[in-house]
Design a binder for this molecule. Structure first.
Ligand SMILES: C=C(O[C@@H]1C=C(C(=O)O)C=C[C@H]1O)C(=O)O
Length: 255
């Protein structure tokens, strides 16, 4: 099924369907990254001495990829957020008419710095093996896939917030006017949904990351990415960050 296009018929159901589909993308991207060991030189400024560029190989690959994809129109889509937004080249392709779903203040919200730090410093050590096999460019390209999938999912909180606001403006407006973050957080949190999400992504990680053999012999629980890490990723970072985006968006919703 294709990723649901946010349109004027945005519903909480369609938004959640999109989040569920994005789980697959995130888990597959982690599985791909887990093919490679840590490969820490890819993250060290001292390793990449690229003329005219100061930063790590990962920063180089992400920045250059974003610049290329910007010219191809990637960041014209309000669902996409660059990690290096400064000095991005303009799109060179004909514009697509994205339905104007979000409040215009949405464009000022980009929490990719937090996502980058979480991914590199907290998540990566939990799901890749220690070691170095020299595949730094492929490793960084896999990291880019993971980062983009995480960013898209987390910033999708803007759509979640919009739909929740439209469903109950009378509940949200007083908290927005009072700039009451805690009240907004309470209103938009559904603990039962979060528990289901954590269970589902753990199960998906088991199914997507299992060893497949044709014989009857059962290979045992040797998953490509530890399913409990995927559950933790959602519980500790993805869902809290999505909710942070929701709160930031709602605070600006009446501007
Ligand atoms: C996204 C939603 O809002 C909140 C965030 C969730 C998430 O990031 O998956 C899940 C439940 C809610 O607490 C939702 O209600 O579906």
């Amino acid at each position: 099924m294709a990723c649901a296009e946010p349109n004027s018929e945005l519903t909480l159901h369609s938004v959640r369907e999109s989040l569920i589909r994005q789980e697959d993308t995130i888990i597959f991207s982690l599985i791909e990254r887990a093919k490679y060991p840590r490969n820490s030189p890819a993250y060290e400024q001292s390793y990449a001495s690229i003329p005219g560029f100061s930063g790590s190989l990962l920063q180089y690959i992400v920045k250059q990829s974003e610049a290329l994809q910007a010219t191809a129109g990637r960041y014209e889509n309000p669902e996409e957020h660059p990690f290096f937004p400064d000095n991005l080249p303009r799109s060179l392709v004909p514009p697509y008419n994205y339905p104007p779903v979000l409040h215009h203040a949405a464009t000022s919200i980009n929490i990719n710095k937090i996502i980058w730090d979480m991914y590199l410093n907290q998540l990566l050590p939990l799901f890749v093996a220690d070691g170095d096999d020299g595949n730094y460019a492929s490793t960084a390209a896999s990291d880019l896939e993971c980062l983009q999938a995480l960013s898209r999912r987390i910033h999708y909180g803007k759509y979640v917030a919009e739909v929740k606001f439209r469903d109950a403006p009378q509940d949200y407006e007083p908290a927005i006017r009072a700039k009451d973050r805690d009240a907004l957080m309470k209103l938009l949190t559904f603990e039962n949904v979060e528990e289901l999400v954590k269970k589902r992504v753990e199960k998906k990680a088991m199914i997507f990351g299992q060893e497949v053999s044709l014989g009857n012999g059962h290979k045992g629980a040797n998953y490509k990415v530890d399913p409990s890490v995927v559950s933790k990723l959602y519980g500790d970072w993805i869902m809290p960050f999505t909710k942070l985006v929701q709160v930031e968006y709602l605070l600006r919703r009446l501007d």
